[in-house]
Each structure stands twice: as C-alpha cells, then as structure tokens.
Design a protein around this ligand. Structure first.
Ligand code: NAP
Length: 239
C-alpha cells in the first residue's frame, strides 16, 4: 500500500507545489481545497502527470466539512502517513490598530482552529499509519524571538492577526508534538520563507519550489525524524 498525504489549501501556490512534489515521490495525495471547482482542476492537473491524486473537499474552518473529509479518507484509505496543515489567510493587511476583531477572529478560525480541527479529525488515521508526520506551515512572522528583534528583515511586517495566529500555531505544534509522540506521530512547524504567491500579491522573493522543500522534508521524515521543532531550509528557527 502506498504512503498517503493530505495537504490542506492545495489547489494553488505552496500547497499545490507540495502536492506535486509528494505525488511525484509516489505518495497518494489527498488534495484538500475548499472550492470544488478549483480543487478538482488542480487534482486533474496532477492526475494528468500520472500521479495518484484525489481531490478532497475541505474548508478548514467548517467542522462539518473537516469531518466529512476524514470520513471519506477513512472509507477509502484507512490511514494517513502525513498531514500538512497549509491552508491559511493573511487577514486584511490593515494596520494593527485598524484591524477589526472580526477580521482577527476569522484569521484565527482558519490559521489556528483550522489546523487543530483537521489534526483532531484525522488523528485516528494518522495513528493507524503507525508512524506519521504532521507539518504545520507556519511563518517567520510567527516567531516571537524574530519579530521582537529589530535586526530581523521582516521586523516591520506587523500584522496583528496573522503574526499572532502563526505564533499560536507554533504553540499548537509544541503541545501536540508532546501529546502525540507516544502514538508515533511527529509534529513540526515549517517556515517556507517569503514566497511569491497570491498571499502577498506576488511580492515574495522565493519560489514555490523553494518553499515546498522544507515542508516535503518534514512530511517524509522517518521514525527517527524530529518532533516539536520549527524549521526552515537552513535548519532550526527560534520560536
Ligand atoms: P495562498 O497562495 O493564498 O494559498 C492559500 C491556500 O489556502 C489556497 O489554496 C486557499 O484556497 C486555501 N485556503 C484559504 N482559506 C481556506 C479555508 N478556510 N479552508 C481551506 N483552504 C483554505 O497562500 P500561500 O502563499 O501558498 O501560503 C501557504 C501557507 O504558507 C500558508 O500557511 C501561509 O501562511 C504560509 N506562508 C506563506 C508565505 C508567503 O510568503 N507566501 C510566507 C510564510 C508562510 P482558495 O484558493 O480557495 O482561496
């Protein structure tokens, strides 16, 4: 039986490239997307390359959709070797004092409660794999140490909802890494860097290919791989 992976928000950008890489590596890819037409089109693009890719309707901020997705993978696969919590939103890009509470709550629903809900719903499947990886796609902007350091190049990128949501996600990584270690499930945060995607109006300087590298590495690590860490291409990042 081939190894399987679910990537949320995989219809485009970093998630899609990560799906393509893992499909190429022989994984069965569950390509998560909230929009059926966009998800189906992305899955068809990868299937046309001969990859084993299945579109999975999954809006991470909709618990019914998360549970329905987990039920389908349970029926069709019975286990999951890797889960990549990639879907996220930046919020309104308003100045901190102008960002509304409603916007911040929405950012947290997608970026923090989404990964928690998806990980919980897919936990029995990850456990059934015997050894599994969860990768939370975080950000340098979620590093409290870096964001408090005036010499950090992104010190001024002060998004109240987004940055604090990724710091919270890093906290989720640490908590779940401890809780799931006895089950053979490793949980890590990955920083893809500043990447040219729709997320930032294509202002990033890194390619999606470069961004996917650390995510793929963590998602495919074996039982001796790390857990409870925060990584980019160059190694360990400060929380
Ligand atoms: P992107 O181009 O905006 O793509 C985001 C993906 O998430 C899309 O597929 C989007 O679906 C999906 N999504 C949004 N809300 C969702 C929801 N509620 N349920 C399910 N899917 C949802 O972003 P990206 O640049 O590839 O970012 C991917 C990850 O990298 C995110 O976690 C982001 O925080 C992180 N990251 C990005 C950068 C960067 O510079 N780009 C830097 C650091 C970290 P739709 O197409 O339907 O909107």
């Amino acid at each position: 039986m081939s190894e399987s992976v679910l990537i949320t928000g995989a219809n485009k950008s970093i998630g899609f490239e990560t799906a393509r890489r893992l499909g190429e590596a022989g994984y069965r890819v569950w390509l998560g997307a909230r929009d059926a037409a966009r998800g189906q089109a992305a899955a068809e693009t990868l299937s046309a390359l001969g990859q084993d890719v299945r579109f999975l309707q999954l809006a991470v901020d909709d618990e019914a959709s998360v549970q329905a997705a987990a039920d389908r993978v349970t029926r069709e696969d019975g286990k999951l070797d890797a889960l990549i919590n990639n879907a996220a939103i930046p919020g309104s890009y308003a100045e901190p004092i102008n960002e509304t509470l409603a916007d911040i709550r929405h950012v947290y629903d997608v970026n923090v409660f989404g990964p928690i809900a998806v990980t919980k719903a897919f936990l029995p499947l990850l456990q059934a794999a015997g050894s599994a990886n969860v990768v939370n796609v975080s950000s340098g902007l979620g590093s409290l140490s870096l964001m408090a350091d005036q010499s950090y190049p992104f010190y001024g990128a002060n998004l109240l909802g987004y940055n604090s949501s990724k710091a919270a996600l890093n906290g989720v990584t640490i908590s779940l890494a401890k809780a799931l270690a006895p089950l053979g499930i490793r949980v890590n945060s990955a920083n893809p860097g500043y990447v040219k995607t729709d997320f930032n109006g294509h202002r990033g300087h890194r390619s999606v290919e470069e961004a996917a590298e650390i995510i793929v590495r963590l998602a495919t690590a074996g039982a001796d791989g790390p857990t409870g860490g925060f990584f980019d291409d160059e190694g360990v990042l400060a929380w």
